[in-house]
Design a protein around this ligand. Sequence first.
Ligand SMILES: [Mg+2]
Length: 369
Amino acid sequence: MKIQKVETELYHVPLSRAMVDAIHGVQKEFSLIVAKITTDDGATGMGYTYSVGQVGGTSIATLIHDNLVPLLIGEDPRRIEHLWEKMWWALHYVGRSGIAVFALSAVDTALWDLKARLADEPLWRFLGGHDNKAEAYGGGIDFELSIDELLKQTQGFLDAGLNAIKIKIGRDSIAQECERIHAMRDFLGPDRKLMVDVNMKWSVEKAIRAARAFEPYDLYWIEEPTIPDDVEGNRRIQVEGGIPVATGENLHSIYEFRQMIADGGVSFPDADISNLGGITALMKVAHIAEAHNRNLTTHGIQEMHVSCLAAIPNASLLEIHAFRVDDFLVHPLEIKDGYAYASDRPGHGVVIDWDKIAKHKIAFKSAQG
Ligand SMILES: [Mg+2]
C-alpha cells in the first residue's frame, strides 16, 4: 500500500461573532488547513490544523504542499512513526515549532485517520479505547462581554448539556476580574467546575496576587497565567498562588511538555493535535503526563480531540472551543449530561460537508505550481 495523492486545502472560516481575548485582539475568522491523503488502493484519511485569523494559513498550506507531500508520495501510510520522523527532520532547521509543526500536525492526523479506517476501528478504540466519552467544558472567548452577556452565554452552555465553563480574563484590575468570577460562581453554584484563561497576559507576580484573590471562588484551574516559556514562573504560580495551572496550547513539542510537566509548571497539560505534531505527539504527551500523575486536557477542535481523550486513562476536560467547524460537520459532536461522545465511525469520524464549506476556500500559491 502506497500513498498516491495528498491534497492540501486552505479555508478562511468566519466566526459566529467577533471574539476577543487578552492577547489576540478581535478575532473574526480562523484559517483551516486541510490535508487529504489517498492511497493507490483507494484508502483515505483527512486531517487539519488551524490558525488565528489569516496568520500563517497560506504558509502552512504551502509548506505541506511543497515540502511534505513529496516526502509522502509512494510511502506506506501505516508507518506513521517513520513518516513523522521523516517530516520532522525535513522541517527541523526551519521548525521544531511554529508553522512547521502545524503543517506536520495536519498530515499526521490524516495518517491516523487512514490507519484506523483501514482497521475498521473508531479512533478512540484504535488509540487505546479507555472510554467512549470525555467530560467537556464550554470555553468562551468572551473577554469583551458584560457580566450579563457572560451569564447569558453560560446559560447557553448549560442548555447545550455542558456543566463546566471557562471564561477569559487578563485585565489590569484584579478587582474587576473578581467581580466577573464571583458572578459566574454565584450563577453556576458550588458544584460545577469553573476555570479562567489569562492567555499569557500577566507577569508571574501579578498572577500570584490574582490567584490568591480568586481563592474564594474555587477555580478548577487558571489557564496560561503567564508565558509558556517560563517554567519556573508557572511552578511558582501553582505553589505560591495555590491554584492549579493549565498550559500547553503554546507548547509545540513533546520536549516542551516534558519540561513543563517534569519541572512542576503544570497540573493540567493542555495539548492540541493541530499544533503539537498531530495525534502521534499528543499520545506521547498523554503518556508523559500519566507517568507524572497528571490528567490531560485539550485545546480546540473538540470534534477530533474527543477521540484522543476517550482513548486514554488520564483524561481531564475536553474544551468545547469557540473556533468551531460545527456548521460544516455532517455529524455534529454529541454532548449530553456534561460529556462529549467519541464517534463510532471508523477513523476520527469527522465528516466535513465539503460542498458547504467550499465558499470559504482560498487559493494559495505554490512555488512548485
Ligand atoms: Mg486557552
